[in-house]
Ligand binder design. Structure first.
Ligand code: ATP
Ligand code: MG
Length: 624
């Protein structure tokens, strides 16, 4: 089918379109209405329909392929590998559901999951979904204050956690962080369920802490029927990554999410039941929710959960997993591929990756150098896809399952079905012409699967994301982009990060892309810094592949001059060995910019390694 026709149908007659897609999942009670958009911008999909995420992910596959693998948990940290068939997963999720019920969890209650990448984390999520409890997964290893603010916002009745995570062979004790977070919070959970991996000693709080091993013994073969939920009841809360400031509690529904994931598994990821999917993300992020846990299982695929670094025990580890489990579709992030590019390709070439049919990358702009490199190594299409925690599934990409449109280097692709994407001029509010830069917006109603509201704060949802445009309402992605004459979009950076040099508006991404095309640059961050004459100037922090090659500031500037013109030339280029990133691998440009302007770096709760900011400080200081 032609994608253009498919897309047109999805936005011109959305109710017909999504009614058909709803058949991809099981419904216990049919819906009476496809869409209720009586109170914009709040969209309600599949009204009165009753379904359940756990049923669609687990139960419905038990009869047809119950003995096939469903969840494969691999840890190179503890050297363990466990595979669960759909039937075994069915047993596990019922056990978890029973345990949570025994601890007082009821439909609509929140359960906070603060867990490493172990199978039990997925059991807990699916167990919640089974009984209609609302999970709120918080990235494991987040500091106590980040965790405390999420506890206060979600007010969980139960927290599920473990003694420790592990990174590079070193245990990271979670329990002391959790205890500290609970002490800091004002909404104290009455129960904490703890999985003891034997990695770090734990102190138990009498009357509150419950040991998984002991409790599960009483519920080994528990039978817990699925709780059928109205499509618009909440399934989970997930906080955005916090790259631009205080994270927002994204609340998602049940039916719309299940249908959107099923559709994306079919049209974007082209996964078939019985095949294996491998997303290298973490369950603490949206990719982990949609494409480690729910998406692949809803499609009847086996999914891989991987705990460990991409380079340990050696940089071939991911490809050995692809080989062993015959992974057909893989999902990762550009930042991880850049890490691999710094390693010898020999490790990758040792493995037979011929089962792999495509690699999907998301999370940050995918630069052409990284994309071309990994495409060359793997010999498969690299599919960029652009989306957000808020949307739950891709906004821009190539839907290969509909039509194999050519990809375009540097572009995540075209608008995905269901999304009425519009580029809007920031000052005039008018729609942009081809090749004119603007803010990426989506005309409401958002398609199924997207956020319903900000948890507990409808007003914040409306105020933060939406603006009125005539009769329509527009959702802002807060990203800045441009569309070419053929409909392909290019994301130029976040709206916060647009640099205004003497009246010329430049996306940080454009300059970064140009700088990474220098053969000796492996990574770069560009920020706009206040300047008395030009208003703002671009300043770059670059990581060199080989510091001994004598690459100089002028060499970098010359590349930008040649490709973008002198107006985009950074005022300074500093060399560092590390860049500040969030734990989800996104550049913290706002903190770099603050330091450059002599301000405090702001909220650093999501930073991966604070010493990276000291490097920025030192680089600036040395140049004074
Ligand atoms: P916060 O909203 O709390 O500041 P965040 O925006 O980093 O955090 P996420 O929802 O995890 O949280 O990230 C979504 C953002 O990541 C997008 O808005 C966009 O800026 C960026 N992004 C994701 N995928 C791509 C992509 N393929 N190309 C370019 N940018 C991307
Ligand atoms: Mg965001």
């Amino acid at each position: 089918m032609m994608y253009a026709d498919f897309y047109r149908r999805s936005v011109v007659t959305p109710e017909q379109f999504w009614r058909d897609e709803a058949a991809l999942i099981d419904w216990n009670t049919p819906f009476s209405q496809v869409l209720d958009y009586a109170k914009p911008p709040f969209a309600r999909w599949f009204v009165d329909g009753k379904t359940n995420l756990c049923h669609n992910a687990v139960d419905r596959w038990c009869e047809t392929q119950g003995d096939q693998p469903a969840l494969i948990a691999i840890s190179t940290e503890t050297n363990t590998e466990r595979s669960y068939s759909f039937k075994e997963l069915h047993v596990e999720v019922q056990r978890w559901a029973a345990m949570m019920q025994a601890l007082g969890v009821r439909k609509g209650d929140r359960v906070l999951i603060y867990m490493p990448m172990i199978a039990e984390a997925a059991f807990a999520m699916l167990g919640c979904a089974r009984i209609g409890a609302v999970h709120s997964v918080v990235f494991g290893g987040f500091a106590a204050n980040s965790l405390a603010s999420r506890i206060d916002d979600a007010r969980p009745v139960l927290i599920v956690s473990a003694d420790a995570g592990s990174r590079n062979g070193k245990a990271i004790a979670y329990k002391p962080l959790l205890d500290e977070a609970i002490a800091l919070s004002s909404a104290k959970p009455s129960r904490v369920l703890l999985v003891d991996r034997g990695l770090a000693p734990m102190q138990r709080v009498e009357g509150r802490d419950v040991d998984y091993a002991a409790l599960s013994a009483a519920h080994l073969e528990a039978r817990v029927p699925v709780t059928w939920l109205e499509s618009n009841e909440p399934s989970y809360i997930l906080y955005t990554s916090g790259t631009t400031g205080k994270p927002k509690g994204v609340q998602r529904d049940v039916g719309g999410y299940a249908v959107a994931l099923a559709a994306s598994m079919k049209y974007n990821f082209c996964g078939r039941a019985g095949e294996t999917f491998f997303a290298t993300s973490d369950i603490g992020w949206v990719v982990g929710h949609s494409y480690i846990v729910y998406g692949p299982l809803i499609a009847g695929m086996a999914t891989i959960m991987y705990e460990g670094l991409p380079i340990c025990p050696d940089p071939g580890i991911w490809w050995s997993i692809v080989e062993k489990y015959k992974v057909t579709r893989m999902f990762s992030a550009p930042t991880a591929i850049r890490v691999l590019r710094k390693q010898s390709p020999e490790f990758m070439r040792r493995h037979d990756t011929s089962s792999l049919q495509a690699l999907y990358l998301a999370g940050e702009p995918l630069d052409e150098t990284t994309s071309a490199w990994i495409a060359g190594e793997l010999g498969v299409p690299i599919i960029d896809n652009y989306w957000q925690t808020e949307t739950g599934w891709p906004i821009l990409s190539i839907a290969k399952g509909v039509e194999d449109l050519p990809t375009r280097l540097g572009s995540p692709g075209v608008a995905m079905y269901g999304y009425k994407v519009r580029l809007v001029n920031e000052t005039t509010g008018a729609d942009c012409a081809a090749n004119e830069k603007g803010v990426v917006m989506i005309e409401g109603p958002l398609p199924p699967g997207c956020m319903q509201t900000v948890y507990g704060d409808d007003q914040r949802f409306v105020d933060t994301y939406w603006t009125q445009d005539g009769d329509a309402m527009l959702y802002s992605t807060f990203d800045w982009g441009v569309q070419d004459a053929d409909g392909y979009y290019f994301i130029l950076g976040r709206t916060d990060d647009v640099i205004n040099v003497a009246g010329h508006r430049l996306g940080t991404r454009e300059i970064e892309e140009s700088i990474t095309s220098h053969p000796n640059v492996s990574e770069v961050a560009v920020v706009g810094v206040q300047d008395q004459v030009k208003g703002q100037v671009a300043v770059a922090f670059a990581i060199l592949k080989d510091a001994n090659l004598g690459t100089a500031e002028q060499d970098i500037m010359a590349v930008v001059d040649r490709q973008l013109g002198a107006v985009a030339r950074p005022a300074r280029v500093y060399f560092v060995t590390q860049l500040p990133k969030t734990r989800s691998g996104k550049l913290l440009r706002r903190s770099i910019q603050a330091i450059c302007e002599g301000r405090s770096p702001g909220d650093l709760t999501s930073i991966e390694d604070p010493s990276s900011l000291q490097q920025i400080q030192r680089a600036l200081f040395a140049s004074l």
